[in-house]
Design a protein around this ligand. Structure first.
Ligand SMILES: Nc1ncnc2c1ncn2[C@@H]1O[C@H](COP(=O)(O)OP(=O)(O)OP(=O)(O)O)[C@@H](O)[C@H]1O
Ligand SMILES: [Mg+2]
Length: 467
């Protein structure tokens, strides 16, 4: 026996359900709407309509209101329960608009009083179906964008992080070497993983090596492996991490710590895709993508000869720079909220929210340790907090202190209070006079020195009687 050939999906035409107990009306609507290219299904009663709605999806419902068994309003209610986005039009032969109003309240898009103009109906049907399709497309688009931009565990709303996301996306599509730089705790390893797991190599290994954590000779045999007898203790051949990462990505963390002799060997891997095991004679082919990270200024290291220039250029084919957290403070609330939820659920604590005061302190702090320091601060606060809300008292001392700016020479203590406006004026007078002097009396130039418009500058000059 032959297998039935699966039916190809018809190019999906919008589906309309027409409900009316009057057969001439149903027929007319069917003819008109079909001619406009819609798929039309007819129901002669409310019950039949509800049945249809339950068996297949519709884009639009066009229902009479008064019908013998189940009213159009009930059909509408059922329709919206089944699909909250369905477009619904109601029809009624009665001038009383009571049930029409009720229908609008239930979310009908419009209603028509019989007899109505078929052209008007056709126009409205078209407009509403187009709008509905647009909404659906937007939704799909948004979803696609999210999966592309969101590297689920890397959070950031700042422009700087959006730029990082866009770069990861571009970089992931290539096999080029990537250099990630940023202060400690800015998320370099997280980004390295995102590059790998969004690349075509995602099903192959991601191997991380900390170049700063090992003495030179150990690092070499870790990376490239060794052959039996290469050194005391090398009892057998051993594969290195470059081989372990074959076909995938090797993440060289703290690349700035790599000793010069290893820098040469790494250069060889990048240039010729070849390396030699420790004590080995043959050259081995390597197919690995290299992603390196550093919290040091490699260009400065190149300048004073601590890092090979040729290696630097080989590594820095594509570069991702992670800005310090203090330069993207917009990200702090989102990160804080995320860490709060994460640690609360991990510790099984009922801490739910961050108080406004605590958040203010978090936003003011300098975060020398960047996201890692923030995460630690929140973890500690969640552990200490006895209430549902994180209060300033649960934050580390140094974070709490960032809130109160102590008196300085420029900003003396408030003391018994003082006349702020007079002090402000002194400040203005001082700098306006200074700028004038520096600019040799040329007001346009002086205004520029103070980032002021010429007009406001002139105003102050006059006010203070300067010349
Ligand atoms: N944008 C971010 N969203 C969520 N978590 C982040 C983000 N950035 C960093 N983290 C978290 O902060 C911690 C530090 O990140 P990571 O280890 O990637 O930093 P790093 O730059 O490699 O630091 P180091 O230079 O000290 O090795 C990790 O727990 C990481 O999950
Ligand atoms: Mg790291």
């Amino acid at each position: 026996m032959k297998q039935p050939v699966p039916q190809a999906e018809a190019a999906s035409r919008p589906r309309i359900l027409v409900v009316d107990d009057e057969s001439s009306m149903r027929e007319m609507l069917r003819i008109v709407l079909r001619r406009d290219g819609y798929e039309v299904v007819l129901a002669s009663s409310g019950n039949e309509a509800i049945q249809q709605l339950q068996t297949a999806p519709f884009d639009l419902l066009l229902s009479d209101i008064r019908m013998p068994d189940t009213s159009g309003v009930e059909v509408l209610r059922a329709a919206r329960q089944i699909d909250g986005t369905i477009v619904a039009f109601m029809m009624t032969a009665y001038a009383s608009t009571d049930s029409a109003v009720e229908a609008m309240r239930l979310g009908a898009a419009d209603y028509f009083i019989k007899p109505f103009s078929m052209d008007e109906l056709r126009l409205k049907v078209r407009q509403h179906l187009e709008a509905r399709q647009l909404r659906e497309e937007n939704l799909l688009l948004k979803r696609a964008l999210n999966t592309r931009y969101e590297f689920s565990n890397i959070l950031g709303v700042s422009d700087a992080m959006q730029h990082v996301f866009a770069t990861i996306r571009t970089v992931a599509g290539t096999t080029s070497t990537v250099l990630i730089s940023g202060e400690s705790g800015t998320g370099k390893e997280l980004v390295a993983r995102a590059v790998h797991f969004n690349s075509l190599r995602r099903d192959r290994p991601f191997v991380a090596v900390n170049c700063g954590a090992m003495p030179e000779n150990l690092l070499e045999s870790e990376l490239f492996g060794h052959v039996r007898g290469a050194f005391t203790g090398a009892h057998a051949n051993k594969k290195g991490l470059v081989e372990a990462a074959e076909g995938g990505t090797i993440f060289l963390d703290e690349i700035g710590e790599m000793p010069p002799s290893m820098q040469v060997k790494l250069l060889r891997v990048l240039q010729d895709h070849r390396f030699r095991r420790v004590g080995g004679t043959e050259e081995v082919q390597a197919d690995v993508r290299v992603v390196a990270a550093t919290n040091q200024d490699l260009t400065a290291m190149v300048a004073d000869g601590r890092f090979r220039e040729d290696l630097y250029y080989r590594l820095n084919v594509l570069s991702i720079v992670l800005p310090p957290l203090r330069d993207r403070r917009e990200d702090i609330p989102l990160l804080a909220e995320h860490f709060l939820q994460h640690h609360a659920s991990e510790m099984g604590k009922r801490v739910r929210t961050m108080s406004a005061e605590a958040l203010q302190l978090l936003q003011a702090h300098a975060w020398r340790g960047n996201v890692r320091e923030l995460q630690n601060a929140i973890e500690r606060a969640v552990a200490l907090e006895q209430t549902e809300t994180i209060l300033p008292e649960s934050l580390p001392d140094e974070v709490r202190r960032s809130g109160d700016v102590g008196p300085t020479e420029a900003f003396p203590d408030l003391g018994e209070g003082f006349d702020l406006e007079a002090r402000g004026e002194d400040f203005y007078r001082h700098y306006i006079a200074l700028a004038l002097a520096r600019a040799g009396g040329v007001q346009v130039k002086a205004a520029e020195l103070l980032g002021m418009s010429f007009r406001s500058f002139r105003y102050y000059v006059k006010k203070f009687g300067l010349k």
